[in-house]
Ligand binder design. Structure first.
Ligand code: IMP
Length: 201
């Protein structure tokens, strides 16, 4: 079985990625198994942040590394929270990160707003080694809208507020198999897997 390190400390993402890679007979190990410290994400684009995380994890482990950078982009907020999705409610310096506070801030930012259109965006990057000049890159977009109140107990992050445009269910109401099939991360990973099949790790 081939080994990959997954450059994330987010348990929700890790679960989804491991589930998807199992089918390819790839052992996806969390970077916490190697005590990789969290990478900086200083960039203003998803792709730059994903590359920084993948290179950092590969450098620390000597293994190929897969990273994603993702977030929710809300039309009426000119694409915010965007690359700041994980720390949206911490932008004023308050800690720690919290999905609950992020969701509360999103609802507050959209208070009175009729245009609730939003999408999740994900870019996935795989580097075979830390300074790989030809990383594999794939992206996915999931369209939906932001509800006025949360619905469902599954998923993570903004899922209870994010209504899928096609099924009329929130990300927190969809079973993991279905979310993985339609989500931004599922789409990006499916495209990456396609490319991976042709790559000798
Ligand atoms: P990253 O770790 O910098 O990529 O942060 C991504 C952040 O975007 C997460 O912490 C969530 O707040 C949000 N996010 C990304 N994908 C999802 C998803 O599938 N469901 C819910 N929130 C998500």
């Amino acid at each position: 079985m081939k080994k990959l390190v997954i450059a994330t400390g987010n348990a929700g993402k890790l679960r989804e990625i491991q589930h998807l890679l199992q089918a390819l007979n790839i052992e996806a190990l969390p970077q916490s198994d190697f005590a990789v410290p969290e990478a900086e994400e200083p960039h203003c684009t998803f792709i730059e942040n994903a590359l920084a995380k993948a290179r950092h994890a590969s450098q620390h482990t000597g293994l190929p590394a897969l990273a994603d950078d993702s977030g929710i982009c809300v039309d009426a907020l000119q694409g915010a929270p965007g690359v700041h999705s994980a720390r949206y409610a911490c932008l004023d310096g308050t800690e720690p990160k919290s999905d609950e506070r992020n969701n509360a801030k999103l609802l507050q930012s959209l208070s009175g707003e009729k245009n609730r259109y939003a999408h999740y965006y994900c870019v996935m990057v795989l580097v075979r080694y830390a300074d790989d000049p030809q990383p594999l890159i794939a992206e996915g977009i999931w369209q939906g809208e932001i509800l006025q109140q949360p619905r469902g107990d599954g998923g993570f992050g903004y899922d209870p507020l994010f209504l899928d445009a096609k099924t009329d269910k929130t990300g927190a109401e969809l079973p993991l198999e279905i979310k993985n099939r339609i989500s931004h991360r599922g789409q990006a990973l499916a495209k990456l897997v396609h490319k991976l099949e042709r790559l000798a790790l």
